[in-house]
Write a new protein. Sequence first.
Length: 272
Amino acid sequence: MELEIIYQDEQLVVINKPSGLLVHRSEIDRHATDFALQLVRNQVGQRVYPVHRLDKPTSGVLVFAMQPEIASLVVEQWRQRNIEKHYLAIVRGYMPEFTHLDYAMSPPVDKYAKHERVKPPQEAITDFTCLSTVEIPVEIDKYPQSRYSLINCRPFTGRKHQLRRHLKHLSHPIIGDARYGKGRHSRYFRDHMDAPRLLLHAWSLSMEHPTTGEELTFVAPLDRVLRKLMDDFDWVDHLPTALQLGLTTPPHASMDAYLRSDEDEEASANPQ
């Protein structure tokens, strides 16, 4: 398997991680033979160091450092909350135009750890922006139609499964989420929409380059499954502009400018 490299220099390598790929060896899947860490190492020809994680079923921007000292610098940016991430998700129901959620969560109990104790809740903050909605004439639960929302998720903290758990708390679980979602809706998307994966994609990450100080924003294009759903639901024009263009946003650009939320912004988008 060859991974899509979004960005590479002497200090960093950034990939578009596919859904279903573990970042590194884990008890989550003892039988897995491919890991992002190993594949990136083989592609760039040297050892690399992960600076953050994505859940196995989540796709999108994943950053590695080329040296351990660079990894330490990037991890410090995470600790200081100086790294900005945006995710795209498809969820059940109609979400409000904007939701700010400050809802503390206890870390999920690790079923693979021995003598794991329940830990106290930790601060968890996320902003959700509804980009578009759709209603399909299919009865999945108790209603004759089924409703879904395309949303942008902006986490301000990095708790395990934060977006998935926050959206479950809001009663808008992500489609395809086997742990926190609604099985009937996930099975419908799998069987009838050719979408067998968790519909959560880390589409953007903004950070300061650890040695030059340059402001960088990396954008991960959508995979075949998500792009087909955008076409099926007529959502392409509601995607963040950077995803429509498939390009990295300019340095120093605010990600707020790339959330297509009004007609003025739509009119000013680059038509290319």
